[in-house]
Design a protein around this ligand. Sequence first.
Ligand SMILES: [Zn+2]
Length: 129
Amino acid sequence: MKYPAQIQITGQTIPVHVQDTPVAVVYHCEACNHRSPVYTGADRVCRKCGSTDMTPTEGVIIGQYSCTNSYIRVYHNDEAPTMCGINFFHEVLEAINSINDLKLPHQTITTLAACWYQAMSSGNLISMN
Ligand SMILES: [Zn+2]
């Protein structure tokens, strides 16, 4: 799938960043036991207690829509194109949900992303190269 450099949603231009590493690693806070994602380029700090005594877990996050900075960031791996394509659609839906204040439950977004991607790819509206 070709990723766009940016997309327009309800008058907002949202840059799309594609990277070949996960967008965040989940860390475990040694101070309060909370698990916090640490996004690429962000400080390693617990979201719950502010401690920086954090150790990485095996958990990773592969997509992010930032409403404060207005961008989408996704992981891409050529060996898992369907998963990565669905992940991109998921983040587009997160942006639509946030910008329009739709309050869609996360499970609804997850289902819509997978079914929308399947509809587009089975209809040959998504090129796999
Ligand atoms: Zn903590």
